[in-house]
Write a protein that binds this ligand. Structure first.
Ligand code: SAH
Length: 218
């Protein structure tokens, strides 16, 4: 355990702070969340390495740096209500849960959602709820959100997600196809005015969704 905690602290220093993430909420939460508990036991030794890891079903737990960079970009603060699309292992949702008031994480694959739910419950994350479904539609029943993070690459920004932002809310989403994805930040300034910022080049597994220009479900 102490071994994992010191690995987590070193990860924060060398992979995250050194690459420019400054937000103290993010740095603290990344040092605290037990990433080894969100991968298979036989991969626990690799949990704090600088890379994504397989979590089954052809999906991956994102590289630690990208989780930190996305949460910093989304400006998540204590008191926020947050939506994550693409819960996967539940790790990013756990990090969010250490900062925000309430986190809803949507995962389309029931096997992964069930495992994420189990892990989060075992660790006592009571403010993180994992739902099974198509996150491209958002969660209209729980909207509006102060921050929305999408952990899979979308062909375009789903309109439903923009609509479910609170005024002042931030959506962070990888957008693009085979020729590369860019991490975008969309801020809802007023009821009908959104500002878009281009952040950095990224590589995520695809978001499988219902938007007209999204690929069909398998
Ligand atoms: N944040 C995750 C990383 C998950 S990888 C973690 O910390 O482990 C992206 C996840 O998005 C995959 O599990 C994939 O099944 C899921 N996904 C893809 N399209 C989706 C959609 N439309 N709705 C919900 N989840 C989706």
């Amino acid at each position: 355990m102490t071994d994992h905690r010191s690995k987590a602290r070193r990860m924060v220093e060398t992979q995250i702070a050194r690459r420019g993430v400054r937000d103290s909420h993010v740095l603290r939460a990344m040092a605290q969340a037990p990433r080894e508990r969100f991968v298979d036991a036989d991969m626990a030794d690799l949990a704090y390495e600088d890379m994504p890891l397989p979590i089954g079903q052809g999906q991956t737990i994102s590289q630690p740096y990208i989780v930190a960079a996305m949460i910093e970009a989304a400006g998540v603060r204590p008191g926020d209500r947050v939506l994550e699309v693409g819960a996967g292992s539940g790790y990013a949702a756990a990090v969010l849960g250490l900062i925000a008031k309430q986190v809803y994480a949507v995962e389309r694959l029931e096997t992964l959602a069930a495992l994420a739910r189990q892990r989060l419950a075992a660790l006592g994350y009571r403010n993180v709820q994992v739902l099974t479904g198509d996150g491209a539609r958002g969660l209209p029943d729980h909207a509006p959100f102060d921050a929305i993070l999408v952990s899979a690459g979308a062909p375009s920004v789903p309109a439903a997600l923009k609509q479910q932002l609170a005024t002042g809310g931030r959506l962070v989403i990888p957008v693009g196809g085979h020729d590369g994805q860019r991490l975008k930040k969309i801020i809802r300034r007023t009821e009908d005015h959104y500002e878009e910022q281009d952040l950095e080049g990224v590589l995520f597994v695809p978001l499988v969704g219902v938007e007209p220009d999204a690929p069909d479900r398998p």
